[in-house]
Write a protein that binds this ligand. Sequence first.
Ligand code: ACO
Length: 311
Amino acid sequence: ADPPADDYFHQVIAADQKIEPRDAMPEAYRRTLVRQIAQHAHSEIIGMQPESNWISRAPSLKRKAILLAKVQDEAGHGLYLYAAAETLGVSREELVDKLLTGRQKYSSIFNYPTLTWADVGAIGWLVDGAAIVNQVPLCRCSYGPYARAMIRICKEESFHQRQGFEILYTLARGTAAQRELAQDAIDRWWYPSLAMFGPPDSDSTHSEQSMAWKIKRFSNDELRQRFVDMCVGQAEVLGLALPDPQLRWNPDRGGYDFTQPDFDELFQVISGDGPCNRQRLAHRRAAHDEGEWVRRAAAAYAAKSAERRAA
Ligand code: ACO
C-alpha cells in the first residue's frame, strides 16, 4: 500500500531532501522513476549511433580522437543510469529487453540521420545543449541515485556541447561550402532539438505529478524557452542563423518568442515512425546478439573469481 501523505516520504519531499533506495516510496513514484531513468539510459546508448556514423570519416586524427571519446562517454552515461535504475529493483537485462522489444522509449532526437560532418557539430551544440538544459535541474531531483548520476553526466555534457560549438565555429569561418554545411545542419537539427523537451505542458501526461514529487523541477515548456533564450546569443557568436523567422525578443515576457516544433511529428517519431527508428533498433538488436559471447564470458569469469575467493 502507498504510504500516507504525512509519512517519511512526504516529509523528505517537502524538506527538499533525497529519497534513497531503501526508503519507503509510493509505487507510482518508483514506476515513474524507472520509466524516466530507463528511457534516459536507452537514449544515451541509442544516441551513440548517429555520431559513431562519423568516427571513421572524421576530418582529422584529432577530431576522430575527440569524437571517439565523446561517444564512449555516452556509453558511460548509459551505465550510470542503468545502475541508478537498478537501485529501484529492476534488472538491467529487463530494461534492455524492454528497449529491444519496443516496450520502453528512447529520445525522439536520435531517430534523425547524420548526413554530414557538420551534423556532429550541430548535435554537440544543440542536442547536447538541450540535454544540459533539461538535465541540470535533474541534479536536484528528489531521488538520490538519479540526482548524483546526473552531476557527472552534466559535467561531461558541457564538454560535449563545447566540442560541437567549436566544430560549427570552425566550419562557419572556413570556405563558403563549409559554412553552408554548418548552416544546413542547424536548419535540420533546430526543431527536432526543441521537440526533445517533450509535448507542450497542456499535453504532458506526467509533468504535474513529477513536479509535485520534485523529480522534474521545471515543465517542458519552461525548459524549451530557456533553451531558445540560451541559443540565440550563441548563434550570433557562431555567425549562423536559427531557422525561425518568428524569433524575436519579447520584453513583456523577458524571453524570445519562437515557433514551436511540429508536435505531430514528435508523436509520430515517438510512436516508432521517424526517419531512422527501424535502423536504430535493428542496429541495437544486432549489437546485443553479437555481444552475447562477451556477456557470457564476463559472467563465467565473475563466477570463477567468486569460487576462487570462496576456496
Ligand atoms: N522523446 C521520446 N519520448 C518522449 C519525448 C521525447 N523527446 N518527450 C516526451 N516523451 C514521452 C514521455 O516519455 C511520455 O511517454 P510515456 O508515458 O510512454 O513514458 C510522453 O511522451 C508524454 O510526455 P511527458 O508527460 O511530458 O513525459 P515526462 O514527464 O517524462 O517528460 C522528458 C519528458 C522531459 C523527456 C523527461 O522524461 C526527462 O526529463 N527525461 C530525462 C532526460 C532524458 O531522457 N534525456 C534523453 C535525451 S538527452 C541525451 O541523452 C543526450
